[in-house]
Ligand binder design. Sequence first.
Ligand code: CIR
Length: 253
Amino acid sequence: MLSSVALVRKPGPDFIDALSGHPQKTRIDFKLALEQHSSYVRALQQAGARVVTLEPLQGFPDSVFIEDTAVIFGDKALLCSMKAESRRGEVESVAGEVGNHRKIIDLQPPVTLDGGDVLMTDDAVYVGQSTRTNKEAVQALADHSEKPCTPVPVLRGLHLKSAVSFLGNGILVIDPTSVETSSFKKFEWIKVDESERYAANCLTLGDFVLLPAGFSRVADKIRSHGFQVIELEMSEFEKADGGVTCLSLIIRE
Ligand code: CIR
């Protein structure tokens, strides 16, 4: 059984003001978001993670998307230098808990980096070049990584991991229309089509994959590779441009 700590933060009432380019961003149902978040926590537990829940962080509507605040590399936690001004205060607020598990390293401007742009595989790290993460971030990550760090242009969507997820065993779930794919040729692809784009972001914990509900073709393909799929209602987080990975910071033990 996998042994990981999953750090999550409950959404607060101001979650309805989260940054978003989604057409339904003004229709976030806070109560439903809380229910969906609770189901997410149960799914992490089912997958064997020890969940540590941080209280809502008032004044930071996006703080539920805790993945973006830090990147875990071996025994280090790199605290992100976030580009979105409204999100910068989130980083300090996770440092305490993360510092219980890893040695903290603060990344500073001119680096801009969101954790959602860092895709870790067995032998390389891919760094999305998005509206949030710059080329200075690639060098800063490389300075602390034992694996090569490769920049990957993000063509559409918020982050690299909005469009690519690593399942393990050399397999990616990928929306090839949203990222430059030349760096990913050596992987086996579970390709998602336009109508399934949101399912390209999924979270692998051991043999389990947490996947948004409603994408049965992607779910079946993932199952056919031997994983157990846990499907999650994510509508309220999708309206805030967030996916399954964004809601936790996984610290593998
Ligand atoms: C933002 O725009 O920063 C949030 N509304 C969504 C962040 C999603 N995070 C992620 O994909 N890792």
